[in-house]
Design a protein around this ligand. Structure first.
Ligand code: HEC
Length: 211
């Protein structure tokens, strides 16, 4: 079944409706409108004609079910610095919710106004598809990492070298890290992510804007 059809079926949030897939391991995928229009993701009910109980295991040995979302084909639809549009194929999906896209992405919108194409805006676009699957801001985003957006903001602010190294090669910072690395992100991409996350560093200190 296509996510487009599913959204229409459940749809009450109108144009702002977005499918959010929540997984048993606290990973989470948001499917923004542009992504759905470009890639036509589908809710997988059978694999090679086989019902769930015959499905193969996931890459880490767990179950692929109860639900899996995939695509008939995938051709990257955007590129921001070194980050190319990545296929979002969550497995172990236990809940599918319809949320408002403006609310979900609004939660991690950088405060202040940043020109389109600025490092902060570029970092925002990358983090929305990448980091937000495992790192949360309040009720939005995945909680697999158990490290919030505000904590990442503090990490980027206090120890940018460690922050950058974590993104490229997490196991070199935390032995046995579960976070997948992005060894292909170049310096400009890490600059953009650092600039973006730093805008969250002042949150809660009561002294925003003093730098
Ligand atoms: C697939 C899940 C996943 C994604 C995607 C992910 N992380 Fe993580 N992250 C984790 C987990 C899990 C941890 C806790 C340590 C570990 O096991 O790797 C973590 C820890 C961290 C830490 C703390 C490391 C330390 O000890 O100093 C930082 C900083 C971080 N992530 C930044 C990011 C940024 C920035 C992105 C996006 C570019 C991102 N993460 C994407 C799962 C993820």
């Amino acid at each position: 079944m296509s996510l487009e059809a599913l959204t229409r079926l459940l749809g009450s949030a109108g144009d702002d409706a977005m499918v959010v897939a929540i997984c048993y391991d606290k990973y989470r995928t948001n499917y923004p409108r542009e992504y759905v229009a470009a890639h036509h993701p589908v809710l997988v009910l059978r694999i090679d004609g086989q019902a769930r109980k015959h499905w193969p295991r996931s890459e880490n040995g767990g179950s692929l079910g109860p639900y899996l979302i995939s695509h008939p084909a995938f051709k990257p639809a955007f590129k921001v610095l070194s980050h190319e549009d990545e296929p979002q194929i969550p497995y172990g999906v236990t809940r599918i919710e319809l949320r408002r896209q403006s609310v979900v992405f609004g939660a991690i919108k950088p405060a202040g106004s940043w020109p389109a194409g600025s490092p902060v805006e570029q970092g925002y676009a990358i983090a929305r598809q990448d980091c937000f699957r495992c790192h949360n801001m309040g009720a939005q985003g995945g909680t697999m990492a158990a490290r919030t957006w505000v904590q990442l903001g503090a990490d980027a602010e206090k120890n940018p070298a460690r922050f950058r190294q974590t993104i490229r090669n997490p196991a070199s910072v935390t032995p046995g890290a579960k976070m997948p690395g992005q060894p292909g992100y170049d310096d400009a991409t890490l600059d953009a992510l650092t600039a973006y996350f730093r805008t969250f560093a002042a949150t809660g200190t009561g002294e925003g804007g003093t730098r």
